[in-house]
Write a protein that binds this ligand. Structure first.
Ligand code: GAR
Length: 188
């Protein structure tokens, strides 16, 4: 059995999808949610799903506290599902090639610091892109730069709003993220 920890800063719809997907899995166990945001919607979801959730601050994140917590919980893989802080070096080093992020655009386009959530979709519209998509990638010490594992795209029309782009992206995220996590974990 592989234990997963899911980090989320916002609503947590991807985190919930992942929990649903692995509900009856014999190989993957969602052990813990973590958030940096005491107001995050993912906290309510964790309660409803009966998954324990740890809220932490920046100082704890930069110290050994979170790495220690993950080790105590025997976490094998770390999943970033809408988590907005840069992952510190010690956490990357503790889970080499075992941290996976989802990004709501076709990296390397529309990535980097400050490029998250609605900022990404607004930039896609402002740039008059004709397609956007999602990227699932391994995490290193830089925002959105680790090896790309999977991408899926969808068309963007000239009438689309950033909200339309967000909606299309979310459908793809919910469809693919749990499946790609499963593939990654079961081949390693
Ligand atoms: C997702 O669209 C995810 O791709 C994005 O945040 C959203 C979280 O939604 N992540 C980033 O922008 C990371 N740079 P959720 O809380 O409903 O899962």
């Amino acid at each position: 059995m592989k234990n997963l920890a899911i980090f989320a800063s916002g609503s947590g719809s991807n985190a919930e999808r992942i929990v649903e997907y692995f509900q009856n899995s014999a190989t993957v166990n969602i052990k813990l949610f973590l958030t940096n945001n005491p107001e995050a919607g993912v906290i309510e979801r964790a309660k409803r799903l009966e998954i324990s959730i740890r809220v932490f601050d920046r100082q704890e994140f930069k110290s050994e506290t979170i790495v220690d917590l993950l080790k105590e919980n025997e976490i094998d893989w770390v999943i970033l599902a809408g988590f907005l802080w840069l992952i510190p070096k010690n956490l990357v080093a503790a889970f080499p090639n075992k941290i996976v992020n989802i990004h709501p655009a076709l990296l390397p386009k529309f990535g980097g610091k400050g490029m998250y959530g609605h900022f990404v979709h607004e930039a896609v519209i402002a740039n008059k892109e004709t397609e956007s998509g999602i990227t699932i990638h391994l995490v290193n010490e830089h925002y959105d730069e680790g090896a790309i594992i999977f991408q899926a795209s969808f068309p963007v029309s000239s009438e689309d709003t950033p909200e339309d782009v967000a909606r299309k992206g979310q459908v793809l995220e919910h469809e693919h993220f749990p499946r790609i996590i499963e593939q990654l974990i079961t081949v390693k």
